[in-house]
Design a protein around this ligand. Structure first.
Ligand SMILES: C[S@@+](CC[C@H](N)C(=O)[O-])C[C@H]1O[C@@H](n2cnc3c(N)ncnc32)[C@H](O)[C@@H]1O
Length: 277
């Protein structure tokens, strides 16, 4: 376990399973996850709404003007995708915004190489590094984080969000897609929360008849979560605490997958818009 922890922490993607070591398998399995897919679609809609308000873009939307022309009028925006993996989040955003300038950072070399090969000819840049500490020395119009916060070790989560804030303009937006456990107040409570979370998610996937690769990925992720390797989900309450400590506030919170018994703790899959406090 110690060796596994060391390998995962250095970001080789070698967690002992296929999900984080094979970029193609990662993409296929993730595509089959209804909660993950929906988070990205909703986040892309929010991104478009915000981008249409950027100086220079037309704001007459689809009412007075014509959508195709409004889309063409969108001004260039810079985007930092933190823990970008294979570049999925930025790729989803490019469905709605044709002029994004993407910089991605991830410490999984296999994912970064894959992203460079897939998107390099679009001018998108991908860096191999630690998203908690890396400084680009510049500001971005948008920060993206999809399944990023919950991959950071608990003791570094607030620093991770602070690093996002450091790269945000004063009026900038940070779009988060993430998954939260039911709340807990002890180590044992967290273990029960993990069991409840993965049981509910497996039921959701079964009801949606997801592909077998997706079910395999879910089982792998659950094992990593229990082992505290690569997966470090927390509750929404703890996320709010970290965001506050990092000088960020939630201006929009959209639960995307949330079984009834998760509502009390606001657990489940969310799209969240953060701004500077
Ligand atoms: C579930 S994947 C999400 C990838 C991508 N954002 C997506 O939505 O498909 C989590 C990613 O976080 C990366 N990661 C975890 N900790 C990191 C760190 N400290 N610095 C950079 N990347 C990190 C992992 O390598 C992995 O690619």
């Amino acid at each position: 376990m110690t060796a596994l922890r060391g390998r995962a922490a250095s970001g080789t993607g070698n967690t002992g399973g296929r999900y984080y070591s094979d970029p193609r398998f990662y993409d296929d399995a993730t595509l089959g996850m209804p909660n993950e897919r929906r988070m990205l679609f909703i986040a892309a809609g929010l991104f478009l709404e915000r981008a249409m308000r950027m100086p220079g873009s037309r704001t007459d939307g689809f009412w007075r003007g014509r959508g195709v022309e409004t889309r063409d009028s969108l001004t260039r925006v810079s985007v930092l995708d933190m823990c970008c993996g294979t570049g999925n989040f930025a790729n989803q955003i490019s469905l709605v915004h044709p002029k994004i300038e993407v910089t991605g950072i991830d410490f999984n070399e296999k994912f970064v190489t894959f992203a460079k090969e897939k998107f390099g000819d679009l001018g998108w840049k991908f860096v191999s590094g630690d998203a908690v500490t890396y400084s680009f020395g510049t500001f971005f119009d948008f920060i993206l984080m999809s399944s990023a916060y919950h991959h950071i070790e608990d003791g570094r989560k607030a620093d991770f969000l602070s690093n996002a804030r450091r790269h945000m303009r004063n009026t900038g937006d940070c779009l988060v897609c993430d998954n939260f456990l039911p709340d807990y107040s002890s180590k044992h409570g967290r273990e029960s929360a993990i069991t409840r979370y993965y049981m509910a998610l497996a039921k959701h996937y079964e009801e949606n008849r997801v592909p077998k690769e997706t079910m395999e990925a879910l089982r792998e992720v659950e094992k990593l979560e229990v082992a505290g390797v690569e997966e470090h989900k927390v509750s929404y309450r703890l996320f709010l605490r970290d965001a506050e400590n990092a000088g960020l506030r939630v201006v929009m919170d959209l639960p995307v997958w949330q079984p009834e018994d998760f509502q009390h703790d606001n657990a489940g899959s969310h799209v969240i818009l953060l701004r500077k406090s």
